[in-house]
Design a protein around this ligand. Structure first.
Ligand SMILES: Cc1ncc(COP(=O)(O)O)c(C=O)c1O
Length: 377
C-alpha cells in the first residue's frame, strides 16, 4: 500500500540532495573541526559553509548562528541562556500557545525564581500586541513569542512585538521552528535578538538545529566543555547533520516563494473539497494570517483520534492533538487557548502539507476524509 504523508509539521522526509550532501561526512570526510590536520579542516570548512547557508536563509551573519541538536535545544539555550544573565529582571513574557519546548523551559525558570506571564490568544489564534504592551513592566527581561503556531499555522505579529521589546530594552526570542522555510524571514527586519530553528521540519535530518543570536547579545551556554560553537555549545559537532541542515536551507533560499505558492494551491484545493462535501467542517485559525500548508480541521461529532486511525489504515498519515510533544493524544492546549471547547478540540485533526504532495494525493485524501467522516458520524 502506498503511504500518503500529510504530517509535515511533525517531521519531513529528508530531501535526496540533503542525504547526498551528508554522505561524504559519514565516509571519507569524517574529520572534526577541532583537528588542525587536513581531514579536520574539511570538517571545519563544511560546518562553516553550512553556517553561511543557514544565516543566508534568515538574513543573519554566519557568526550569529550556533548549531544545536534541534529546536528544543535552541529554545532552551535561548531562554535559559538569556535568563541566567538577566540579574534583577525576573519577569519573562511568553504565550499560552507556545510549543512545550518554550512552555516547559518557562516552567523550569519559574521553579528557579522567575515570574512567567502567559499571554492569551483570540479565537483566531493570534496574540494581541496590546496585551504584550500591557504586560511589560520595569522588571521584564525577556519575551519569547513563536512566529508561526505549529498546530494551526497562524502567524503571530512578531515584528510589532519585537519593537515593543526593543523600545523597552527587553530581549526578544522567537521560536521560528514552524516558520523557517515557509515564509521569508529576515532577522534584522523583524528586529529580534534570538531565533530558534530545527532541521527535521525542513527536509534535513532530525537532531540538528540552530539558534540565531544577534551580534552583541550575550547569553550563557548550557553545555560546558570544549570551545565549539563560539564557546556557546560545547561538544563535537554533528558535522554530517549540520551539512544536511545547510543544504536544506540552501534549497529553501532558492525556492521558498515557489514552494509556498504550490502548497497554497494544494491547500485551497483540499479545503474547497472538504468544505463543499462535509457539513459542519471548520478550519481553525486566522483565515488570512496563516501558513496555507497547515490545516487544523474540526469535524463536529467525529473523534480526531478515530479519524486519524482510520486514515492510517488506508495508508494516509495525518496528526491529531499535540502529537509532536508527547506522542499521546492529550487535548491540544493551543485549541483550548483559542476557546474551542474540549469536546470540539478532540474532534480535530491537523493536516500539514509538504513539497512532495501532489494534486492527486490531495484528491485521495479528500475522498478518504469525506468517506470516513461520513461513516464515523
Ligand atoms: C514550534 C516548535 N518549536 C519547537 C519544536 C521542537 O523542535 P525539535 O523537534 O527539533 O526539538 C517543535 C517541534 O515540533 C515545534 O513545532
Amino acid at each position: 500500500m502506498r503511504q500518503l504523508y500529510f504530517d509535515h509539521s511533525a517531521t519531513t522526509l529528508p530531501d535526496n540532495a540533503v542525504i547526498a550532501g551528508m554522505m561524504p561526512y559519514f565516509e571519507e570526510n569524517f574529520g572534526i573541526p577541532a583537528s588542525i590536520h587536513s581531514l579536520g579542516r574539511k570538517g571545519k570548512a563544511a560546518v562553516e559553509s553550512a553556517r553561511e547557508e543557514v544565516a543566508a536563509l534568515i538574513g543573519a551573519l554566519p557568526q550569529e548562528i550556533v548549531f544545536t541538536s534541534g529546536g528544543t535545544e535552541s529554545v532552551n539555550l535561548a531562554l535559559l541562556g538569556a535568563a541566567s544573565g538577566l540579574g534583577a529582571k525576573k519577569r519573562i513574557i511568553t504565550s499560552q500557545i507556545e510549543h512545550p519546548a518554550v512552555l516547559r523551559s518557562c516552567a523550569y525558570l519559574s521553579q528557579i525564581g522567575f515570574n512567567i506571564v502567559y499571554l492569551p490568544v483570540n479565537k483566531k489564534g493570534q496574540i494581541n500586541p496590546q496585551d504584550l504592551a500591557d504586560a511589560i513592566t520595569a522588571d521584564t527581561g525577556l519575551i519569547s513569542i513563536m512566529q508561526v503556531n505549529h498546530e494551526t499555522g497562524v502567524l503571530q505579529p512578531v515584528k510589532q512585538m519585537a519593537k515593543l521589546a526593543k523600545d523597552n530594552g527587553i530581549l526578544f526570542h522567537t521560536d521560528a521552528v514552524a516558520a523557517v522555510g515557509k515564509i521569508n524571514i529576515n532577522v534584522s527586519e523583524l528586529g529580534i535578538d534570538l531565533l530558534s530553528l530545527s532541521g527535521h521540519k525542513i527536509y534535513a535530518p532530525k537532531g540538528v538545529g540552530a539558534l540565531y543570536i544577534k551580534s552583541g547579545i550575550k547569553i550563557n551556554p548550557l553545555l560546558h566543555g570544549g570551545h565549539e560553537e563560539h564557546n556557546l555549545r560545547a561538544g563535537t559537532e554533528n558535522v554530517a547533520a549540520i551539512v544536511g541542515l545547510g543544504t536544506a536551507c540552501g534549497i529553501y533560499s532558492a525556492k521558498i516563494t515557489q514552494e509556498t505558492e504550490y502548497i497554497r494551491l494544494l491547500a485551497d484545493n483540499l479545503w474547497g473539497k472538504l468544505d463543499k462535501r462535509i457539513d459542519g467542517v471548520r478550519l481553525n485559525g486566522h483565515p488570512e494570517q496563516k501558513l496555507p500548508g497547515i490545516l487544523s480541521l474540526t469535524f463536529s461529532g467525529v473523534s480526531g483520534e478515530s479519524l486519524l486511525i482510520n486514515l492510517d489504515l488506508e495508508g494516509i498519515i495525518v496528526s491529531a492533538g499535540s502529537v509532536c510533544s508527547t506522542g499521546s493524544l492529550e487535548t491540544s492546549h493551543v485549541l483550548l487557548a483559542m476557546g474551542l471547547p474540549e469536546k470540539e478540540a478532540r474532534c480535530t485533526i491537523r493536516i500539514s502539507l509538504g513539497r512532495n504532495n501532489t494534486v492527486k494525493d490531495i484528491e485521495t485524501l479528500a475522498d478518504a476524509v469525506t468517506d470516513i467522516v461520513g461513516r464515523l458520524k
